[in-house]
Ligand binder design. Sequence first.
Ligand code: F6P
Length: 541
Amino acid sequence: MNKFWAQLSEHRRRTSATTIVELFRDAPDRFQSFSAECDGMLLDFSKTSLDETALDLLVELAEQADLPSKIAEMFRGEAINVTEQRPALHTALRAQSGAAVMVQGQDVMPEVLHTLQRMEGFAGALRSGDHKSATGAPFTDVVNIGIGGSDLGPVMATRALTPYHDGPRCHFVSNVDGADVTDTLKGLDPQTTLIIIASKSFNTIETMTNANTAIAWLRTALGDQASEHLAAVSSALQKTAGFGIPPERVFGFADWVGGRYSIWGPVGLPLLIAVGRENFRAMLSGAAAMDQHFQTADLRQNLPVLLGLVGVWHSTICGYASRAILPYDQRLARLPAYLQQLDMESNGKSVTLEGEKVTRASGPIVWGEAGTNGQHAFYQLLHQGTHVVPAEFLVAASGHEMELSHHHDLLKANCLAQSEALMTGRSVQQARELAQSRGYSGDDLDRMAAHLTFPGNRPSTTLAYPRLTPFALGQLIALYEHRVFTEGTLWGINSFDQWGVELGKELAVALLPLIQGATDPTKDGSTLGLIAKLTPPKPKH
Ligand code: F6P
């Protein structure tokens, strides 16, 4: 493997002076060779510095890393999450073929499908009004209380599928900041609001705190009947019982579904309530189609693999520290936040599966914003800053607002203009001509030309799809999940654990008494100074 890493670095060193524009000049059909499509989802990675040799080497690297067998192991339910000794089988939640998926000698599919049917039954009854609130009225609103994987997926997907909403309104509370639960419950009627407590562990302090506050809110209106307005989603079923939630409104999932990979099962309940069974199943089908593609397509035509190889090229070989997720799709506005968890919690690691130190750059910093809004915020840096940030564009051929197709034309034009501008830039000569046409001369012209010059040669990829349907959303999320797995496999890390989030949680629990008045002189001076500053003055009597 080391041989291929070295060859890639050497190839990069030799070819880094060649621009992407030159690559297109040398191979006008570059778009055909550096793009791939699956079920209408197109990945264009021709606007990157990858050439045939680099792609060959990356594919060899993937083969050396046994990527095809690792993919098979994941789908077979092997315990690839070695530090937690369990499989990573989120793919089972969207498998609808009926084929067996074995975990420790047992087919898990009957249980998965049974839970899906129970979710559908509950969501259907809520949507039709058959399942009534304690007051006998239909539920009008659903509040999902969860954080991280128990929030980001449902929030992102529920927003993405707004055109398909025809159920009760869905709201989300995640932050332990009391402002979140207060602002969300304000204006809602406890008599017609259902609270879903979503937590894989049923132990997360933010979620438990918010849940208790919401239950108290229900109790003031409903008294003992408050529990009729509760449902729970968790893998810790014994803990949900402690909240007095009856088993028929508790939806469980196995511990082999990672939090950030859990949108496909009970964690997706708010989405299912919002869009209904058919749309939810269409999203599962989109993901299952991507699963099939990931398992069977040749590595050179395999969308998640290719996106992963481009990611490794940018992160490890080119040394670009971050990647920008830029959906030209307003309803994907929460995709960057969702991918931050999916990608950074999975691949933000510096230890290999064998417990050794990672010697190359692994997962990059992921950030982004919907286009065109981002253009008016941070694109200045993308075009002319000193950091090169690979940009990942997403765009649909059509929006849902057919009567506003001129908006969509503008959206697409902006998206394509950005990737073109990043690639081509504007040369000093072109900048001088522009400055001249604007009346500059002499020293002023030189100065102005410097400001008007764009270096160009900045890489981007584009995912293009017909429309943001439930099927396309499923494809997209699964594509990113498998991209993360591909990259993790090449870096030799476990993409399914998250030990890095534990220390801060432990320290927060230890710090709470100090915030509430206890003392601990062994704490560092900064922490003690900040505690003093954050202690409100005692009220004067
Ligand atoms: O913050 C880390 C984390 O464990 C995530 O991995 C997870 O998605 C989130 O907390 C929420 O966990 P839970 O669903 O158990 O409340």
